[in-house]
Write a protein that binds this ligand. Structure first.
Ligand SMILES: NC(=O)c1ccc[n+]([C@@H]2O[C@H](COP(=O)([O-])OP(=O)(O)OC[C@H]3O[C@@H](n4cnc5c(N)ncnc54)[C@H](OP(=O)(O)O)[C@@H]3O)[C@@H](O)[C@H]2O)c1
Length: 333
């Protein structure tokens, strides 16, 4: 039996679908009151509604150690996808608790219950910079002076909890996906960005990063869990592209005009400051934060050579994955 945490999220819901389609028995940890609608919508989209009803939902929270222990009853393999992603200063305490302490709880519970293998979903945010312009790979280590967002810091510390567990005898694989693209909730993860694109965007930013289809993320996770590989981390990245290229591809998929104006650095710096002031005064959700502005101007390229040596296959193209996301968003929302 497999346990998935974060099963109602983008990666978790696709993982649940793929595991069940492959015939596995699956439990999913779910917080009290969490909606399962996104998961049902996804299964319906893949015309696999009967599989949705095979998920055994177990109520629990990664912040509650005993709820994880309870969920691990009869479980041999764990996929830990639960996390909180936020750039709001007011979410920091909760994000630390969910991402760092929550992962420590999952690791400790896996050790206590003698789980066969854990797959932890980390992020490219935990990697360091590359030297001499080469692609960032698994050997690029985090530097504490690199101006990281608070989210990145929590993901780094969460990954460290898994490495600590490995030292204590846990068998685990860690995946570090880049920006994950695929059918999902338009108000969460990359769905939020695609939703904005669907309404037409005027500006693009100067940076570049890696993007990876969610299908490839979950297939890689399952393949790594089924392999003899253990105690290693793997970057999951499909293509390195500029934000301008990504936004143009996505706009074309939505059949809207692509953004044509480069947002200069000074404009981004003005916008995030105004948004911050509005947040302080009115507590309104910032549309741009300092961290997001900085990230949108970074140039980072990632290597996925290591995982491809295990998978022995290439990833789906960004274009194909965007088309599928757009069909999902336009059909459901
Ligand atoms: N999406 C990306 O582009 C991307 C890229 C790199 C790495 N990652 C990593 O991939 C993982 C999954 O990301 P995602 O995009 O799928 O996230 P997501 O769509 O925001 O989903 C987050 C999931 O975590 C669950 N969760 C939050 N707090 C929890 C708690 N206290 N206890 C139990 N479950 C909790 C949520 O459940 P509720 O339904 O109850 O809220 C939801 O199922 C995260 O670790 C993220 O850091 C994501």
């Amino acid at each position: 039996m497999i346990l998935v945490t974060g099963g109602t999220g983008l990666i978790g819901s696709h993982l649940l679908y793929r595991l069940l389609a492959n015939g596995y028995k699956v439990k999913a940890l779910c917080r009290k009151g969490s909606s399962k609608k996104d998961v049902k919508d996804l299964f319906d989209f893949y015309e696999a509604s009967p599989l949705f009803f095979k998920i055994e939902w177990v109520e629990g929270d990664v912040q509650d150690y005993y709820s994880i222990l309870n969920a691990l009853h009869h479980v041999t393999h764990v996929y830990h996808c639960a996390a909180m992603v936020s750039f709001r200063p007011s979410d920091r305490k909760m994000m630390y608790s969910v991402n760092v302490e929550g992962t420590a709880n999952v690791v400790d519970a896996c050790i206590e219950k003698k789980i066969t293998k854990l797959c932890h979903v980390s992020s490219i945010a935990t990697l360091g910079k590359s030297h001499n312009g080469s692609l960032i790979d698994e050997e690029c280590y985090w530097q504490s002076d690199d101006n990281h967002s608070f989210y990145s810091q929590t993901k780094y510390k969460a990954e460290m909890e898994v490495w600590r567990g490995i030292k204590e005898g846990l068998k685990a694989v860690i995946v570090n996906p880049s920006v994950v693209i695929g059918p999902g909730n338009p108000n969460k993860s990359s769905g939020e960005l695609l939703q904005k694109v669907s309404k037409g965007m005027r500006f693009y930013t100067s940076g570049s990063t890696g993007f990876v289809p969610v299908k490839d993320v979950v297939c890689s996770m399952i393949c790594l869990m089924n392999s003899a590989v253990e105690n290693e981390r793997f970057i999951l990245n499909g293509e390195n592209v500029t934000y301008q290229h990504f936004l143009t591809l996505a706009s074309k998929a939505f059949k809207v005009a692509p953004p044509s104006l480069l947002a200069p650095r000074w404009l981004l710096n003005v916008v995030w400051r105004i948004e911050y002031l509005k947040y302080i005064i009115f507590r309104s959700l910032p549309r741009l934060t300092k961290e997001a502005a900085r990230t949108s101007m970074n140039h980072s390229k990632y290597s996925s050579l290591k995982v491809k040596k295990v998978l022995l296959k290439d990833f789906t193209s960004l274009h194909e994955s965007l088309l599928e996301s757009v069909i999902f968003l336009t059909s459901k929302h």
